[in-house]
Design a protein around this ligand. Structure first.
Ligand code: AMP
Ligand code: MG
Length: 400
């Protein structure tokens, strides 16, 4: 069983052992940094909030005034962005959300618990000490780390950086990803589909994936099934990119020129991987570029990209966390005849909190990938019975 096949984990470990993070760091505007990988951890040089401020629209008071009274003279009004005067004993300040707490005040009474009569405010509820006051540094402490190196910056991360006044951020240079697609049968949408031809769907899927992972994608299009054309495409891509990913031509058929072409231009390891879909995978290097050759079947190239190319790209980008997180979820389907290889099944997350299986798991049926919400990672030879828990990799986690 599985003789001569490499396990997914072993193949991934070998790939990741080769990946070297791009060393070049560029400084980008924090406003433009979403989706980039942070190259150096960031600390705050300030407290956030920078001063005690009100969490509510209401009235700032001194608790000591409220021992025997419940009505106070309103002597000032403090808006967000302005600074009030010290609170005189026996008075209250009208205050708005985000406005600084005036010296002397030790609680806020929210507007909903007050009524106004002329210049007096009637307090219907006695506040607790510090109530509705956001304390200086309660969000971020000066000197504290706000973002670790190697994190892909999400919108909330750039917002956090901006909240401590960081205008630019050091990020790794984008990885240049070269793509080409082998196959004499391929034509592009918009061109007539002659008999025997098919549309080059992998170009769209793989290019989209490269973009999802924040690469600078160089797309060399369709390369005919010939040794010379494949070698020329590899030379050009190697000169211009960090990682080259191709689809098709890695089987052992007569028109499969990727293997001899990479061997002629650089170094190649051919792996037969114990996974379904996607048995053949080629890994190598050409000049300073890495090469990963994916199978041509649309589902296989999609799944092998997510399982192998994704972590390789993330590691090359300088990302610390490259393993996707997974969920333990209930299978609402039976899978009585598992393959002897580890399988990645296309499933949909249903409204009952379980997983439905796409009826056709054939590696040529691209519809399954578009219908699905992710993949079930099923161990080799393991049957699934309805109601059992399985390991689910949602696209939402894989696309990070
Ligand atoms: P190959 O790996 O080159 O033997 O191709 C395996 C299968 O995938 C064949 O049916 C090809 O026609 C198909 N295929 C190869 N490349 C593509 C592509 N770029 N888009 C869609 N199907 C493809
Ligand atoms: Mg082919």
């Amino acid at each position: 069983m599985n003789q001569g096949l490499l396990s997914v984990d072993d193949a991934l470990a070998r790939l990741l052992a080769e990946a070297r993070p791009v060393a070049d760091i560029e400084e980008v505007e924090t406003l433009e940094a979403t989706n980039r990988i942070l190259a150096r951890s960031q600390r705050s040089t300030m407290d956030v909030p920078p001063m005690d401020n009100s969490a509510m629209d209401g009235f700032a008071v001194r608790l000591s005034d409220l021992k025997d009274k419940s009505s106070l003279l309103v002597k000032q009004k403090i808006m967000a962005g302005s600074v009030g005067k010290a609170l005189e004993p026996g008075t209250a300040a009208r205050i708005f959300t985000g406005a600084p707490i005036p010296p002397g005040a030790d609680a806020i009474v929210m507007q909903e618990h007050t009524s106004i009569e002329g210049d007096q405010v009637q307090l219907k509820k006695k506040p607790k000490p510090g109530e509705w006051i956001r304390r200086v540094g309660s969000d971020v402490k000066r000197g504290g780390e706000i973002l670790p190196a190697g994190k892909r910056l999400l919108p909330q991360d750039t917002g956090l950086a901006a909240s401590v006044g960081i205008k630019t951020l050091p990020v790794f240079r984008k990885v240049r990803l070269g793509l080409f697609f082998t196959g004499d049968e391929l034509v592009m949408p918009g061109e007539p589909l002659a008999p025997g031809r098919i549309y080059n769907s992998n170009r769209f899927t793989l290019r989209g994936l490269g973009e999802v992972f924040g690469c600078d994608v160089r797309d060399y299009g369709i390369v005919p099934d010939s040794l010379e054309a494949t070698r020329a495409a590899l030379r050009r891509a190697a000169a211009e990119t960090d990682v080259i990913v191709t689809s098709g031509g890695v089987s052992v058929g007569e028109a499969d020129y990727v293997k001899p072409a990479v061997e002629a231009e650089g170094k190649l390891l051919m792996w037969r991987i114990a996974m379904k879909p996607g048995r053949p995978l080629a890994f190598g290097s050409i000049q300073k570029s890495f090469f990963i050759g994916l199978p041509g079947n649309p589902v296989s190239s999609f799944v092998t990209f997510l399982i192998f190319v994704r972590p390789f790209l993330l590691r090359t980008q300088g990302m610390a966390q490259v393993q996707p997180k997974w969920l333990q979820m209930r299978a609402d389907f039976d899978w009585p005849e598992p393959d002897a290889r580890r399988e990645f099944l296309r499933v949909k997350w249903n409204a009952q909190g379980g997983l439905d299986l796409y009826p056709t798991q054939d590696s040529a049926v691209l519809t399954s990938t578009a219908w699905a919400d992710g993949l079930v990672d099923n161990p080799a030879g393991q049957a699934i019975r309805k109601g059992e828990m399985v390991r689910f990799l949602p696209y939402s986690e894989l696309y990070r």
